[in-house]
Design a protein around this ligand. Structure first.
Ligand SMILES: [Zn+2]
Ligand SMILES: [Zn+2]
Length: 246
């Protein structure tokens, strides 16, 4: 169980009103794994701490620019040792604090090879001008389609879901029926495909062939906005109703 929850919440409510746009947004209590969502950074990115309290360890899915303070605060308060950082893709709003977090914790940074180039030269691949410098980092491990990652009592399956970017991935925990979808699939929407490396056809194919084949009761935790389920998106997502060839 989360300890000192109210203290943490107060702190990040404060951040909400500051330039960091950073607050503790959602807590999911699970038997084997607890999900702590920190919505952080200028583009309100969801960073997910997946906490394994049995082993006092955690991994994080996506580390937004300006998310590190909030993430460290929670890891410290909860006495969780960070074992790894999985990036769903390399846009800076999902990877901007990777170098900082690696330097402080030594946790491996993992990403699909096809999205590595933006991590290596982040400032050359911003799509609009930003008033700060991004730090580059060489990832420590490449994630491939159908890789299985074991952390504590949980196993995560990697699905390569290109379309928003070349190397976008989704991460699936079949035991807990959870999907971490990055910017591939949102609640009632889909990721942008007009940025460099994007493809509408590929995105629809990825969602159709890799995500919509999952059972309806799988929960989807997207890179922005509220969570959803596979069943809800099958029925109501306006982009999928027209394009899905089910
Ligand atoms: Zn993105
Ligand atoms: Zn994003």
């Amino acid at each position: 169980m989360l300890k000192n929850y109210e203290q943490i919440f107060d702190k990040f409510c404060y951040y909400t009103n500051s330039i960091y746009f950073c607050y503790l947004k959602l807590i999911e209590f699970r038997k084997n794994m607890e999900i702590i969502c920190v919505e952080a950074g200028p583009i309100m990115t969801n960073c997910y701490i997946l906490a394994d309290y049995n082993n006092s360890t955690a991994i994080i899915v996506d580390v937004a620019f300006e998310s590190a303070d909030a993430l460290f605060e929670i890891l410290n308060k909860e006495n969780l040792r960070l074992e790894g950082v999985i990036l769903t893709h390399s846009h800076w709003d999902h990877s901007g604090d990777a170098k900082l977090i690696y330097d402080k914790t030594g946790a491996e940074i993992m990403i699909h090879k096809e999205d590595e180039y933006r991590l290596l030269n982040p400032n050359e691949h911003v799509v609009f001008e930003i008033p700060w410098k991004l730090e580059s980092i060489k990832p420590h491990r490449y994630l491939k389609h159908l890789d299985k990652l074991t952390f504590g009592d949980n196993e995560f399956e990697v699905r390569h879901t290109p379309g928003h970017t070349e190397g976008s991935i989704s991460l699936i925990n079949h035991k807990e029926k959870q999907v971490f979808a990055g910017d591939t699939l949102f609640n009632s929407s889909i990721g942008r495909t007009d940025l460099p490396g994007g493809s509408y056809e590929k995105l629809i194919r990825s969602i159709s062939e890799q995500l919509m084949i999952l059972p309806d009761d799988y929960q989807v935790f997207p890179g922005h906005g509220p969570k959803t389920t596979i069943g809800f998106e099958k029925q109501y997502n306006p982009f999928l109703i027209n394009d899905l060839q089910m």
